[in-house]
Design a protein around this ligand. Structure first.
Ligand code: MFK
Length: 635
């Protein structure tokens, strides 16, 4: 009773007309009855609570307080940074109105489909009722609608139509960014579809892949195809060169039959795939390692008997997240395929696909952060605790603001990589752009993958216990974020990729990095409000340069131990420079400046900090191992 009355007065104090009006008259009656002894009548006019049925929490009554849910609003209109970024770089009315209309559709229609994909996950039907093996992956109707929508909205096509020239990729990825958290993970097949189109374009659109290319990049739903990317085999997904067992047996007509076991094939309901295999010579022998791998194109089709041709679906994976999407183990048992790379150039040829899927991955990471920040921000305007709305608690706002800074950084970093990709594809990229694109692709993927998990986890916490409740849809955001640092290259594999591209370019990618970061700072030199941030990035660049000079004189193991911290330093410094650059734009807001200042307060060059502590010295590796395998001492 006391609780009820306190709650009521708190509602009144909160000033919410809606909440006051929502209190039923019966509750007000309960307040007046409070002074009576239970079971006694104060007067003949005042009935017992039980008689009036006014007792809260009795029988079907659950009390008057119903928690308000966070509301998803148009994710384009709600995103000040996205709109500001596009106003600055792609000020086209057509792009704005398309993104605005799509954002409306995402909020009002597509988000529901995404939820349906989550609660109706795919299932595998091995046999038909009459005993025939069919290996049918049954997906929800919402998943199928996502495919049609993707074609209609040009979610892959935009990147190839290039209506906005060098900014076409930025436009395409902006659409994917507002779509991703509502897409029911349909962004995964789209990433691979985009990657496959890119590979085909780079090797030449001719037979046998010309038809496939036109289907991957069409806007017509009835013609649209998605592609798989079957790389991971049972020995693991990182060391593709030694882990690939699949063999390609040459056929008389010039095609191949593939035999192997693909351990992790995502969005397995695709219409075609690109995959790696080892070509057999006449004696059946193959070449080991990466040098033995070639790239193959195969269509996924069924025979008249209803069976998949040359493929058996062994089982669907039971995953932590991304449950909306079928991921399967596939036995390739004579799958007809065509080699589309030169012999032994499989890894190099599929690298274009890796670039595209890693950028998509980063878009999904930034989008997951943005979505949870949007929902948490909205919820903070509805949820009252300790007598006021969450938004009026400074500590809560500080937490959300820190998430916002991370989200803004991730967004600008990935959009800059999209900008570079767009420049390369439209033929206007300088050598510096090409080096930056190669270096920043693994950097953005690994950094945003980690950020997404941290920010989404923090976001769930900001909903209190509700963030942990499955049918709010919030836990799925965290489950799906966790994959972003794993697939398409783990953090360590990508850190080593950074080292490799530095070495292979003889340091040119780093030269490009220093040059461009400096030029971004130069544009902000006259903006006094940004000077602490400019100084911080400038100092970090000097520290990084010192690190590189020292590291170049050390043994390779030194750099390997430093690889992750180096990649993080590159991400933080470059992102700092981008935030500063955006904040120095003449139409920038005070929030843009504040975000840049806050970002640059962190350790921007952890590789230098850790180097000073001796973390990469040769003595460290055995100490790390001893710590990990520390055994209890014998007494
Ligand atoms: C929401 C969106 C999400 C996306 C959904 C996708 C779902 C699909 C799930 C998956 O399929 S996850 C599996 C993805 N697999 C990986 O990401 C593989 C991770 N491992 C690596 O990236 C290794 O670094 C790699 C396999 C590439 C190492 O193989 P190698 O043979 O040791 O590579 P090597 O010798 O360094 O390079 C061979 C050639 O490829 C070289 O070319 P050249 O011979 O011309 O010099 C390299 O330059 C080139 N190359 C390698 N990595 C490259 C690259 N080129 C450009 N970019 C890269 N990243």
């Amino acid at each position: 009773m006391l609780v009820c009355s306190a709650l009521l007065s708190r509602r009144v104090a909160g000033g919410g007309c809606r909440s006051l009006c929502a209190v039923p008259p019966s509750l007000i009656h309960i307040r007046s009855a409070r002074l009576a002894e239970p079971g006694t009548r104060r007067s003949d006019e005042e009935p017992l609570w039980e008689e009036t049925g006014n007792l809260p929490f009795s029988r079907a009554k659950i009390g008057s307080f119903i928690q308000e849910r966070p509301v998803l609003k148009n994710p384009f209109l709600e995103d000040a940074l996205l709109r500001g970024y596009l106003r600055r770089h792609l000020p086209h009315e057509a792009a704005f109105s398309d993104l605005c209309a799509f954002g409306e559709r995402v909020a009002n229609e597509v988000d529901e489909w995404g939820r349906e994909c989550e609660i109706t996950p795919p299932r595998l039907v091995h046999f038909d009722p009459w005993g025939r093996r069919v290996d049918h992956i049954v997906t929800s109707s919402a998943w199928k609608r996502m495919k049609d929508l993707s074609a209609q909205e040009g979610l892959v096509a935009i990147g190839y139509e290039r209506s906005f020239g060098e900014w076409s990729r930025v436009y395409q990825m902006s659409k994917l960014y507002i779509f991703s958290p509502s897409s029911g993970l349909y962004t995964c097949p789209l990433a691979m579809t985009d990657g496959a189109a890119k590979v085909i374009q780079s090797i030449g659109v001719s037979w046998p892949v010309d038809e496939a290319y036109s289907r991957l990049t069409t806007r017509q739903p009835e013609r649209f195809w998605t592609s798989g990317q079957w790389m991971t085999e049972r020995q693991g997904g990182s060391d593709v060169g030694s882990g690939t067992e699949t063999v390609a047996a040459p056929q008389a007509d010039g095609s191949y039959k593939l035999h192997g076991f693909k351990w992790f094939t995502s969005a397995t309901d695709a219409d075609m795939t690109l995959t790696l295999a080892r070509e057999q010579d006449r004696s059946g022998a193959t070449t080991p390692g990466s040098r033995g791998l070639s790239l193959f194109y195969a269509e996924v089709s069924r025979g008249e008997d209803g069976r998949l041709k040359g493929i058996e679906v062994q089982r669907l994976k039971d995953k932590l997240g991304t449950r909306q999407m079928p991921t399967a183990e596939l036995l390739l048992d004579g799958l007809q395929a065509h080699r589309i790379s030169e012999e032994g150039r499989g890894v190099a040829s599929i690298a274009n696909m890796l670039t595209i899927t890693r950028i998509h991955n980063s878009i999904s990471a930034a989008a997951a952060m943005r979505r949870v920040v949007q929902l948490a921000g909205d919820y903070a305007t509805r949820r009252t605790a300790f007598g006021k709305l969450l938004k009026d608690h400074p500590l809560h706002m500080q937490t959300l603001a820190r998430m916002e800074v991370e989200t803004r950084g991730a967004f600008l970093l990935v959009m800059d990589v999209c900008r570079l990709l767009g420049r390369e594809e439209s033929g206007v990229a300088t050598e510096l752009d090409a080096h930056l694109l190669r270096l920043l692709t693994p950097v953005v993927k690994l950094y945003t993958g980690k950020q997404a998990v941290a920010v989404v986890s923090e976001g769930l916490e900001s909903f209190g216990g509700q963030g942990y409740i499955e049918d709010t849809g919030l836990p799925g955001l965290l489950r799906d974020a966790q994959v972003l640092s794993i697939w398409e290259g783990t953090t360590n594999v990508l850190s080593l990729d950074v080292l490799r591209c530095v070495a292979r370019s003889s340091g040119m990618v780093l030269d490009a990095f220093f040059t461009h970061a400096k030029s971004l700072l130069a544009g902000a030199s006259s903006v006094s409000s940004l000077s602490p941030a400019v100084t911080a990035v400038d100092t970090a660049l000097s520290e990084l340069k010192d690190f590189v000079q020292v590291a170049a004189t050390r043994e390779p193991g030194y750099l390997e131990l430093a690889a992750r911290d180096l990649a993080f330093s590159l991400a933080r410094i470059y992102t700092g420079a981008l935030l500063i650059d955006h904040a120095s734009w003449k139409e920038a807001s005070s929030s843009d400046t504040y975000a840049a200042l806050r970002w640059c307060e962190q350790d921007l060059c952890p590789v230098s900090t850790q180097q000073a502590r001796g973390c990469y010295d040769p003595s460290t590796a055995p100490l790390d191992a001893a710590l990990v395998y520390d055994q209890p001492t014998q007494s």
